[in-house]
Design a protein around this ligand. Sequence first.
Ligand SMILES: Nc1ncnc2c1ncn2[C@@H]1O[C@H](COP(=O)(O)OP(=O)(O)OP(=O)(O)O)[C@@H](O)[C@H]1O
Ligand SMILES: [Cu+]
Length: 449
Amino acid sequence: MFSSFFHFIASVVLAAGAAGYWYIAGGITIEAASEIFLGVFLAASPLPFIVSRLLIALRIKRRLRDSAIVCSRVGALTELLHVDTIAFNRNGTLTEGNVFISALVPEGMTQGSLLALAASAEREAAHPYAHALYDTAVQRGLHLQRHSAARETESFGVEALIARTPVRVGKKEWLQEENIEISAALLTRADQLATSGQTPLFVSSSKYARGIIAVRDDIRAEVRRALQSLKERGLSLILLTGETKRLANATGKELKISEVRSDLTDADKAREIRLLQSRGSVVAMVGDPMSDQAAMRAADISIGCPSSYEKPVTDAPDETPHDPLHEELLRGPNGDESASEIEPLMSPEDAAYFEAQALRNQGHSTNFTPDITLDSEGLPSLVTLWDTCNAARARAKQNRLLSTLFLLTFTLASAGVFTALDAAILPYSFVGGALVLLLIFLIVNALRK
Ligand SMILES: Nc1ncnc2c1ncn2[C@@H]1O[C@H](COP(=O)(O)OP(=O)(O)OP(=O)(O)O)[C@@H](O)[C@H]1O
Ligand SMILES: [Cu+]
């Protein structure tokens, strides 16, 4: 856009220069000088270049008509060709989006009570892990306790007050920061679980870890192939994830990605991207438009991977219309009176505590649309998009070359440079006609099969 503007200014200056020269040195009339001005201006105009750029985006768009890939910024399609690094998150983008509990490791309690404790804390949490814990507990018919307040911390976990006791579910590092005691046995077990591709969630009540719940969301086979294809196309890949180092490394190994950054919040991911950019990389970020917002804004191109988590449930629409546990929880302690869930019993101190914490979590705004949104296939459709853009690149090159040739020869001819060789000054009507022909040719060339 900027360069087109300068190109335009340059063409005006050039035209004025040529007309001025002939008016003064050649002694021609003002009418003849304006005709020279017009001729040079038409020959040197940026129009063919602007048209070429738009046509390429149009070509790509037409090619993508049959796929469900959505592009909300047309320029992104041509800019995609300059990208050399693809960054992506793990959960939802690389994985099935099907989270399940793969191990329950309680310490000093039963598996059931460990899960019930964690699920009680996760009741209203939004993370897919929270849903998995809660849904499994409900399916098993476990008795959940009501919490008086809960707070979900991005990238760390959830904290809830249950019967005035703080219960936490989340990352080891976070619990350790809160001075929660974790036994050596649990720590070892967690490392084993993470190395085998699972996410160990620590559950603590008061100041002690009560066990681990391991959740799992496996890598999709198509994603492995897609990443391989992207690598073959000369792109650098980098995994930016909120998961812990062990799991991230296991994922990297499984997918043969050497660049892996773990334990990142959204803001950390954005910082990693800026770091890559400062080294000259042009980065596209594939992620979740909700939870990777800052990273996607920082990237040169943001690509939304329609998270499998958000898939509308079409398979079983009328299964479990209401969960029995929910109703049980709504019933008061006497079994008859309906206790309100919306107004939890919270002491003013608790309320103040959680209010202060909640304020720190309010960074995200919800209305962010990525430049490009992949189809339900997710990452594999990026390969299709890339190939389409790349195929268009050859056509773009031809058109640019032709436009440049036109500009050089017609500018010189209409400025009268060839009069030195006894040629006449090219009249502006001729230049105009040639320009129209050129534009028609560009259109045909860009859009033909
Ligand atoms: N509600 C929650 N309950 C338990 N653990 C949580 C919760 N929210 C976050 N965590 C912990 O924080 C970690 C990172 O979460 P985060 O949302 O940042 O990453 P992610 O989106 O799951 O992964 P990626 O960055 O690859 O997409 C999780 O692995 C989990 O250990
Ligand atoms: Cu996705």
